[in-house]
Design a protein around this ligand. Structure first.
Ligand code: GLN
Length: 539
């Protein structure tokens, strides 16, 4: 029988519910439990695929092609287990399901209402992963903050769910803030008391409180919180600010969050969590023997969450290489041919980011010209790879005005073209080429050296592709297709033969990088940057 843990948030947003959920899941997994995490988001978009990254950070894509919340990326990076469409549900999707059922006559004769129809549909979705039989424990993170109008139906669904499953089968962890008032020199518990009171008004007594704080919580404060919020003292858990999100599982282990959870759920403790390989990763992360500076050239750099998976993949690859990777965000709109040297020459590697639309694209192309000519290690992802193809077309093959038809429909040299099966699509939500596709990697290439195998699978999110009519011309001039889709022959990886490291992927390798499995292309890219840095010092 599956047990359920709900994670709610109080006082403010951005307390790190996703990291707490992932850390708890990691500890339970390390004790031998099969765990998954799902996220319920209260907004009305069907999924975050149509949201601007400035609004909601990166859109994370799962194996099965769902466009989801970036917290799913944390779940996968911590657990090393893939998520799917079922792991991310929005209010929009809940309403869409209910309205579709209404049109099909499923509620014939009835008034369709928030309670019970919307709450029933929420509960049905909360149980889908549990009922698959694949998991012992399902953690459900509720987006938003308790008290928000839009999250009310979810809170009511949790109340009913708890009542239906019983106290030992479903518990609520409430994440709150204990602010430190500098003027008073004190930690304050009142916001937490109020936020628990709000939950109580909705009929939910939280079982465990995780208290985010900048300073250690004293035993007296723990006692006070326990007393006024109706929980045991050992159910008041400190979550102190950490230097790395990857330290949080160990902090939670010290606080015995996993033990408390298991005893509330009446589950055996099994063995102590086996966190050896995690500690090994942290050791390498915190004791680097080298350092590189890598430029991330993109147009959403004002909000680092827009490139979350990329920055995390650098952390994994850095630890693997025992190298500190300093990522410098560079606005693609601030770059052009004339200042490329000034902006880029201090870097040991450059990654050109994914993206959509024309803003900043010429800056990306000029960046690539600089790194190609100066043999700086380069890694292009999706639009970044497409820009590499455009740059090579214009400046090496002499195809003046070469472009992607996404930017210039009438270009004389459409080296990046719209994919055939995208041409008749007019709607925007969930219609790109999404999710995992196979790719054959050519032996003797840099891609092969990274993966060490011929058959790989990577995740996608795009509408445009390398135009194969130009392939022969490109390969003869030194830009080769080192990875292709075995069925459609779509070019998945390009690289330069005569360059220390110049690789572009049509897919998103960053989505598959985890603590346990750093992505091989990122690992090789960081290694190439280390090599470049060493040579620079010698020079
Ligand atoms: N805009 C490009 C396309 O749709 C690249 C997409 C991306 O970078 N994710 O093909």
């Amino acid at each position: 029988m599956t047990k359920y843990i709900f994670v709610t948030g109080g006082v403010t947003s951005s307390l790190g519910k996703g990291i707490i959920s992932a850390s708890l899941a990691k500890l339970l997994q390390a004790r031998g439990y099969r765990v998954t995490i799902q996220k319920f988001d209260p907004y009305i978009n069907i999924d975050p695929g149509t949201l601007n990254p400035y609004e909601h950070g990166e859109c994370y894509v799962t194996e099965d092609g769902a466009e989801t919340d970036l917290d799913l990326g944390h779940y996968e990076r911590f657990l090393n287990v893939p998520t799917s469409q079922a792991n991310n549900i929005t209010t929009g999707r809940i309403y869409q399901n209910v309205i579709n059922k209404e049109r099909q006559g499923e509620y014939l004769g009835k008034t369709v209402q928030v309670v019970p129809h919307i709450t029933d549909e929420i509960k049905r979705n909360m149980r889908i992963l549990g009922e698959s039989g694949q998991y012992d424990i399902v953690i459900t993170e509720l987006g938003g903050t308790v008290g928000d109008i839009e999250s009310l139906p979810f809170i009511e669904a949790v109340r009913q769910f708890k009542w239906e499953e019983g106290a030992n089968n479903a518990i609520v962890i409430h994440l709150t803030l204990i602010p430190f008032l500098a003027a008073a020199g004190e930690l304050k518990t009142k916001p937490t008391q109020h936020s628990v009171k709000a939950l109580l008004e909705y009929g939910i007594q939280p079982d465990i409180l995780v208290c985010r704080t900048e300073h250690h919580i004293t035993p007296d404060i723990r006692k006070k919180i326990a007393l006024f919020c109706n929980v045991n003292i050992n159910a008041v858990v400190e979550s102190i600010d950490a230097s790395s999100i990857y330290s949080v599982p160990l902090l939670m282990m010290k606080e015995q969050l996993d033990k408390t959870v298991l005893s509330k759920l009446k589950l055996p403790q099994k063995n102590e969590p086996d966190m050896e390989s995690w500690k090994d990763f942290l050791g390498r992360l915190k004791n680097p023997t080298a350092e590189v500076k890598i430029g991330l050239v993109g147009k959403y750099i004002e909000l680092p969450d827009a490139y979350k998976s990329i920055t995390e993949a650098f952390i994994h690859a850095g630890a693997k290489n025992e190298c500190k990777v300093r990522v410098e965000y560079i606005h693609s709109e601030s770059l052009y041919d004339d200042n490329a040297k000034e902006k880029l020459s201090h870097l040991d590697g450059v990654l050109v980011a994914p993206g959509f639309g024309s803003r900043g694209i010429e800056g990306k192309i000029d960046t690539i010209k600089y790194v190609r000519e100066n043999e700086v290690p380069f890694f292009g992802i999706c639009l970044g790879m497409q820009c590499a193809v455009i740059e090579f077309g214009r400046n090496v093959l002499g195809l003046e005005g070469a472009n992607t038809v996404e930017i210039d429909e009438n270009t004389k040299f459409p080296v990046i073209n719209m994919m055939e099966d995208q041409k008749n699509i007019t709607t925007k939500g969930g219609t790109m080429r999404l999710g995992a596709y196979p790719c054959d990697v050519k032996k003797g290439t840099k891609a092969f050296a990274a993966y060490g195998k011929s058959h790989i699978s990577e995740r996608h999110r795009h509408r445009y592709e390398f135009n194969n009519e130009y392939l022969k011309q490109y390969e003869e001039a030194g830009m080769i297709a080192s990875g292709t889709n075995p069925d459609s022959h779509l070019v998945e990886i390009v690289e330069l033969k005569n360059h220390p490291f110049f690789v572009g992927g049509q897919f998103h390798p960053e989505l598959k990088s985890t603590v346990a499995n750093p992505h091989p292309l990122f690992v090789k890219f960081v290694a190439a940057a280390m090599e470049y840095a060493k040579k620079k010092i010698k020079k």
